[in-house]
Design a protein around this ligand. Sequence first.
Ligand SMILES: [Zn+2]
Ligand SMILES: [Zn+2]
Length: 147
Amino acid sequence: MMNDIDEIVNKFQEQGYKITPQRRGIFEILVGNESHPKAEDIYDALKDKMPDVSLATVYNTLNTLKELGMVNVLSIIEDNSIRYDPTTEVHDHLFCLGCNRIFDVERDANERDFPQKEIPGFQLIDRTQVTYYGYCPDCQKMRKADK
Ligand SMILES: [Zn+2]
Ligand SMILES: [Zn+2]
């Protein structure tokens, strides 16, 4: 979970990583970010104010954050993308097939009705995440307007 910059900086420093302005810029983009950005999105957001940042730096920093358990990585088959999620608590996702945006779903883990009878003997762990597919309200409006 990435709540504030200082927490991330401390964790990086504890592990012996240097805090460069580029890394700090990446942290700033991720804190409180609910858009599930791709590495390219982070790079695009950063490169205007930091022309010396490279996509490789963004990837390296994201990998380190992943190793430290501060971001979750989502692999999206529909648009063949890897997304980064600074909200690491278990939660479900809605994927919009129209605009490829991902939205968080808050749902109590106890309320999940997993079809246990259909996979007898399979042991679930508490990191189960579900992705639902559909169209967001914006895309539904556009689809109606197209008709
Ligand atoms: Zn949409
Ligand atoms: Zn999420």
